[in-house]
Design a protein around this ligand. Structure first.
Ligand code: CAA
Length: 259
């Protein structure tokens, strides 16, 4: 697929990078961009060489939300029939390898929702998170009312969604939305370092860990713990478990083969 709205690259053979690339529109997410993003993520997920994926924007904007001029033309029948937003926005949920959101600048509306669909968020200190859809006469439509309360709790989520108040990086970190805050210059080095660390582990263990954490949002505690226990048991059937534990016992660095 030819990409017109994103830039795709590979760092150090194992890290897939997708840069949202509509700078004039502050990376507003139009349907074409979301289709391209989905295709790029699926291609990285299918690539044996890739161990981790980073989604980023530019200094000023991760993404300032869904594309408003595009949405302004839509009526109910169109959005309902096309299943607008859900249809091509949630491809990211199918991705089994870790996806890191590297956020600088605006992460508003669909931009904040896209960041929350990633596995974790590393933010530059100029990042700004918000769900300002209420100002447009709508509500968040790509998971904001569901993922934000899970990330920051009901009170803060309600405040942000009902008043359209934004949150700076530091507050977002304190609230649990963001895992790390670094300077703007350090954003990509920090994300690449995190991705590289992940790529050094067994891909089987990494994928199982992601699957198990995600399960916690969909199941009761006892079901989730049982799910975790079964994946934990399954990993004892891998060569990587033998390698990881043998390396520890023999005081050497493990070499995982993803087997
Ligand atoms: N869609 C389309 N274009 C956008 C956009 C968006 N979401 N956000 C910004 N732009 C465009 C602006 O129209 C402007 O284009 P022009 O230069 O052609 O006029 C350009 O990006 C730069 O924007 P501003 O001049 O407004 O820049 P600013 O620094 O003064 O303000 C901002 C930045 C506060 C982010 C402001 O642009 C803004 O409020 N944007 C809209 C944010 C928003 O409401 N997002 C939610 C969208 S709805 C949604 O996402 C639904 C969902 O849940 C899926």
């Amino acid at each position: 697929m030819a990409y017109n709205n994103i830039l795709v690259s590979v760092h150090d053979q194992h890290i897939g990078i997708v840069m949202l690339n509509r700078p004039k529109q502050l990376n507003a997410l139009n349907p074409e961009l979301m289709t391209e993003l989905g295709a790029a993520l699926l291609a990285f997920d299918a690539d044996e060489q890739i161990g981790c994926i980073i989604i980023t924007g530019n200094e000023k904007a991760f993404a300032a939300g869904a594309d408003i001029p595009t949405m302004a033309q839509f009526d109910f029948a169109q959005v309902y029939k096309a299943d607008f937003v859900t249809k091509n926005w949630e491809t990211i949920r199918q991705i089994r390898k870790p996806v890191i959101a590297a956020v600088s600048g605006f992460a508003l509306g669909g931009g904040c929702e896209l960041a929350m669909m990633c596995d974790f968020i590393i933010a530059a200190d100029n990042a700004l998170f918000g769900q300002p859809e209420i100002k447009l006469g709508i509500i968040p439509g790509a998971g904001g009312t569901q993922r934000l309360p899970r990330a920051v709790g009901k009170s803060k989520a309600m405040d942000m969604i009902l008043t359209a108040r934004t949150m700076k990086a530091q507050e977002a970190q304190e609230a649990g939305l963001v895992s790390r805050v670094v300077s703007l210059e350090q954003l990509m080095p920090e994300c690449l370092q995190a991705a590289s660390t992940i790529c050094g582990y067994s891909q089987l263990a990494v994928m199982a860990a992601k699957e198990s954490v995600n399960r916690s949002f969909e199941s009761s505690l006892s079901d989730g713990i049982m799910y975790e226990r079964r994946l934990f048991h399954a990993l004892f059937g891998t060569l990587d478990q033998k390698e990881g534990m043998d390396a520890f016992v023999n005081k050497r660095i493990p070499t995982f083969k993803n087997q």
